[in-house]
Write a protein that binds this ligand. Structure first.
Ligand SMILES: [Zn+2]
Length: 336
């Protein structure tokens, strides 16, 4: 029986059930901890995050939630464990760093590929710090417009750790580019394409880009659903429906890249108008945006484009199970 590591221990992949493959609970960009205006009430946050996960489970049947928080973005796996226990939703955490422009601590930039791989393997096989909580996947992130030499270094370490441990890789791509290059680097590193989920591909509007990813044999992330700043959901829905029609539903992972809280101010400067709108939403209990958006707002867009319930079940229930199990992709099917 193939097992997957969650923050509360190993479970059979058959128990994953409906899974959101790329969401976050808490994020803190490096340096936010020094901001005297940044306040964080840990107990209140855990209660709110657990409430949000319970809503996902009870109303929408979500059983599992992957939080691929990079190590240096405030990853707090003990907090993830408390939230998982309170909500009854499985949470899977990852090992791995963010991309160069926004992350990669100087200490780790100075390490060799083997030293980085050693850290990743330890977090997967022994646990993170002294928590005993093991990572269930490896996070890889690259920036834009090109993948940097530093990022290639960390990606190579991820390949070593993947082959040593058998856990899959979940990636971040920036600005809708870099997916095919990641695939080539994973192949060069000896990692099978179907062990990789190339993330944030819905940030590219061109169906030919998506086709390159699925033809390359990886999973493709339409995992920023509900972030209109990066792409209108109508375009995401058009492109996702096209992939399904072309027979690739077994390679699509849907998620939202949401978070329940982050430390301090926004990572980018925000206009007073934007901030006022956010305060309005917060007062209505709609900020940060809920994890349920995919079910309440996005699935209807897919249904209107001919995507069926069996297609949805394949993407949300079957694909995550097969991905963590490491099973080969089925032949393209469901095309019409
Ligand atoms: Zn993310």
């Amino acid at each position: 029986m193939t097992m997957v590591q969650t923050v509360t221990g190993a479970i059979p992949v058959s128990e994953l059930g409906r899974t959101l493959m790329h969401e976050h609970l808490f994020i803190a960009f490096g340096g936010a901890e020094f901001d005297p205006t940044a306040v964080f009430d840990r107990a209140a946050f855990i209660a709110e995050a657990a409430r949000r996960l319970r809503e996902l489970r009870e109303i929408h049947g979500v059983r599992s939630f992957v939080d691929p928080c990079p190590i240096e973005l405030g990853r707090d796996v003990a907090m993830m464990r408390e939230i998982s226990e309170q909500s009854g939703v499985h949470v899977i955490c990852t090992t791995g760093f963010y991309f160069e422009e926004m992350g990669l601590p100087p200490y780790w930039r100075a390490r060799t590929v083997d030293e980085i791989a050693e850290l990743y393997i330890r977090e997967i096989t022994h646990g993170i710090g002294t928590t005993g909580i093991r990572a269930g996947a490896i996070k890889v992130a690259t920036g834009a417009p090109v993948i940097t030499e530093q990022e290639k270094h960390f990606l190579a370490a991820a390949c070593i750790a993947q082959k040593a441990t058998g856990v899959p890789i979940i990636t971040h791509t920036q600005d809708g580019v870099g997916g095919p290059e990641q695939q080539r680097l994973f192949a060069d590193g000896g990692v099978d394409a179907h062990r990789c989920l190339i993330g944030h591909c819905c940030g590219n509007a061109d169906p030919a880009y998506h086709r390159r990813i699925v033809d390359g044999g990886s999973y493709i992330g339409f995992d920023r659903i509900g972030i209109p700043r990066l792409m209108p959901d109508e375009t995401r829905a058009d492109n996702l429906a096209k992939l399904v029609k072309d027979g690739f539903r077994s390679q699509i992972m849907m998620s939202q890249d949401r978070h329940c809280a982050w430390l301090g101010k926004f990572q980018r400067q925000t206009s007073p108008r934007e901030l006022a709108r956010i305060e309005e939403l917060r007062a209505e209990g709609k900020w940060p945006p809920p994890y349920t958006y995919i079910f309440t707002d996005f699935l209807p867009l897919l249904h209107a484009r001919g995507v069926t319930q069996p297609d949805i079940a394949t993407m949300l229930d079957e694909n995550p199970r097969r991905f963590f199990a490491g099973e080969a992709l089925p032949a393209p099917s469901g095309g019409r």
